[in-house]
Design a protein around this ligand. Structure first.
Ligand code: CP
Ligand code: NVA
Length: 320
């Protein structure tokens, strides 16, 4: 296992591109190990908690709703022997105008790590600049880097590796698409994004991913043709058409995104053993049909579970 590269992780994990490809894969290796150990201990009826974070507290600030991220981070910290502190922005002085920088500086005096879900990437960057403890991005409008770790752990479980393989993301060029492009570029997995006109991923993120991909030989392709994106892919990935904060646009997006729904027909253009992935929450009948997400190709609940394992790996190495 190549976990030695994890001794020099960056101070914070705000973007997938903060890691090297070797670090990204080493975190996946550690996550696999932690997953196996948890299963073995559960089967043997043994205690799950380690003492990796004993006596340490990890604060989590949520400025948007969350099911998976909130619970998987809380459980991850608990199982590493630490104390999770989930904080809703509306209950903090943040909700009354205290700056996110001051919030980060103050929390750093109490806790050993801060996990943040917020809106603009500049908010988490402001917090990280003021913080003196590691800060982890639990989703911003620009990226969802913890999700990308779980996504590629799930991809690797399905296909054994990344070289010569491809993932097609179909839908909005959003935070999840951005982190997937960067992650694919780092580990040598081709990523093709198929999006409606007007909903392309951020050109700066595409350029960054394409630049990173020159080291691994991965291809990062952006197209408005969903069939071209999916053809031959080893995984087909969908996300909601309207992200958190875009609720007002949800109705208008339905018609624009309809040709990008992941149906059994669209999936039939992918490789025979292609898996279907979705970060969840899903809207059956919108970005994916029930037939696909509830069908034999779907790995969405493994993917949700893997959030726990990758975040444990990340916290165990970033905070200690
Ligand atoms: N995938 C994900 O981040 O889910 P939550 O919004 O429920 O945390
Ligand atoms: N793109 C979605 C992901 C949710 C996990 C959003 O930002 O709402």
């Amino acid at each position: 296992m190549m976990t030695d590269v994890l001794t020099d992780l960056p101070a914070h994990y705000l973007s997938v591109a903060d890691l090297t490809g070797a670090q990204f894969e080493a975190l996946l290796d550690l996550a696999d190990e932690l997953k196996g150990e948890r299963a073995a201990r559960t089967a043997a009826g043994e205690p799950l908690a380690r003492d990796t974070l004993a006596g340490r507290t990890v604060a989590m600030i949520f400025e948007k709703p969350s099911t998976r991220t909130r619970v998987s981070f809380q459980v991850a910290v608990s199982e590493l022997g630490g104390h999770p502190l989930a904080l809703s922005a509306t209950e903090l002085q943040l909700g009354r105008g205290e700056t996110i920088g001051d919030t980060g500086a103050v929390l750093s005096r109490y806790v050993h790590g801060i996990v943040v879900r917020t809106f603009g990437q500049e908010r988490i960057e402001e917090l990280a600049t003021a913080a003196t403890v590691p800060v982890v991005n639990a989703l911003t409008d620009l990226e969802h880097p913890c999700q990308a770790l779980a996504d590629l752990q799930t991809f690797r479980e399905a296909h054994g590796g990344f070289a010569g393989r491809s993932l097609a993301y179909v839908g909005d060029g959003n935070n999840v698409a951005h982190s997937l492009m960067l992650a694919g570029a780092l580990v040598g997995l081709d990523v093709r994004v198929g999006h409606p006109e007007g909903y392309a991923p951020d050109p700066e993120v595409v350029a960054r991913a394409q630049a990173l991909a020159t080291d691994t030989g991965a291809e990062v392709v952006v197209t408005t043709d969903p069939v071209a994106a999916v053809t031959g892919a080893d995984a087909v990935y969908a996300d909601v058409w309207a992200s958190m904060g875009q609720e007002d646009e949800a109705d208008a997006r339905l018609a624009v995104f309809a040709p990008y729904q992941v149906t059994a027909e669209l999936l039939s253009h992918a490789a025979d053993d292609a898996v279907f992935l979705h970060c969840l929450p899903a809207h059956r009948g919108e970005e994916v049909t029930a037939e696909v997400i509830d069908g034999p190709s779907s790995r969405v609940f493994d993917q949700a579970e893997n959030r726990l394992h990758v975040q444990k790996a990340l916290l165990a190495r970033l905070l200690v």
